[in-house]
Design a protein around this ligand. Structure first.
Ligand SMILES: *Cc1c(COP(=O)(O)O)cnc(C)c1O
Length: 222
């Protein structure tokens, strides 16, 4: 099946109010051009250099989202190109994004990455850590960052009940933050969860954004 046909299939299963991030990591610019020709404008990447190289070769109206593990020393590569950084997973990243964004006079949109999966390998704040970190003082000391919501991943398992429970935890934490510290900040509205294998569950658990790669572009060659 072509990328166009796969996109049509996927799009048919996603309600129109949900944002689709086409995860193009490890796929060539030609594949992104195919998806772009179908009307897709939001692409997700997880390696800083790869995102920057693709961004300069492809149309300027693409919204690049960084979704991967981000090292502090790579923030300066990502901030100039990223419409949104979904994977802010520790406090040092907030400080570095603030510094880099201030230098280029940008307000960087981010999501807070939460860790709810049953896997050590995944990044992110626990719900408790996120709630403790996000105070009025913290927000006002990072004026070049706009926090637009939360992102998370479920455990990579066939146990659908576990996946559903983890998405529920993300949704609950999202609501607690939205109705708490962010209650007067309408830009805090995104709940990014769901990938090729579990996005239907994520949609039924109330996500606003899904991040789909292999079901659109095929298997990645690492
Ligand atoms: C790679 C990746 C995806 C997409 O995964 P697929 O299974 O290919 O859909 C989504 N989110 C994150 C954070 C990723 O790293």
């Amino acid at each position: 099946m072509s990328i166009k046909e796969k996109l049509q299939q996927i799009r048919a299963t996603i309600p129109s109010h949900i944002e689709l991030v086409c995860v193009s990591k490890f796929h060539p610019v030609e594949s992104i051009e195919e998806a772009y020709a179908c009307g897709e404008r939001i692409f997700g990447e997880n390696r800083p250099q790869e995102m920057a190289q693709k961004a300069v070769q492809l149309p300027a109206d693409i919204k690049w989202q960084f979704i991967g593990n981000l090292q502090t020393n790579k923030v300066k590569i990502v901030v100039p190109y990223a419409d949104l950084i979904q994977s802010v997973s520790n406090e040092r990243l907030f400080d570095e994004i603030e510094k880099v964004a201030a230098k280029i006079d940008k307000v960087q949109k981010v999501l807070i990455e939460l860790h709810v999966a049953d896997e050590e390998s995944k990044q992110g704040f626990t719900p408790e850590e996120a709630k403790a970190l996000l105070t009025t003082d913290f927000l006002s000391s990072h004026p070049h960052i706009t926090i637009c919501g939360v992102m998370g991943m479920a455990t990579n398992t066939d146990n659908q009940e576990q996946v559903r429970n983890e998405f529920r935890q993300l949704h609950t934490t999202f609501e607690q933050l939205r109705d708490g510290i962010f209650k007067d900040m309408p830009q805090f509205k995104e709940l990014s969860m769901g990938m090729s294998g579990d996005y239907q569950i994520a949609i039924s658990e109330g996500c606003t954004t899904v991040r789909i790669g292999s079901s659109i572009f095929g298997a990645r060659q690492y």
